[in-house]
Design a protein around this ligand. Sequence first.
Ligand code: SF4
Ligand code: SF4
Length: 133
Amino acid sequence: MTYIITALCLRDSSCVEVCPVECIIPGKPGDEWPWFYIDPDTCIDCGACVPECPYEAIFEEDEVPADYTAKGGEYIARIGLEGHYEGENDQGEPVLLECTRQLEAGETVDLTDDIQPNYDYFTDGPGYDALDS
Ligand code: SF4
Ligand code: SF4
């Protein structure tokens, strides 16, 4: 079991500092890997990252919702979306995402689609090298 970062992530990086095993990595390049990703082989399931996320983007894998109900106004970031998000991370540095969409209140989104990229980033993606370095 592992924890999963979903498309609700807006790269603010708050989770990174609390992870005791340093297994949360910012996706790069951002237009191909728009979130931060948790290495499932290294995560020790401590849950420390969950309350740190201001966007409530992190879930235990078994609890990732298939029918997340939007409050309204929150963003998701996924490849192929064409909306623009501009914010800042917890260091005050700019965060720009070009593959976002703002959700309507009451809209439901299947966030289980976001489980596999957490695995892929560390197998097929650049995360393997990032952890190794
Ligand atoms: S659950 Fe714990 S070990 Fe896993 S990513 Fe979050 S902080 Fe790191
Ligand atoms: S705290 Fe949340 S929004 Fe920030 S990088 Fe981690 S998962 Fe993404």
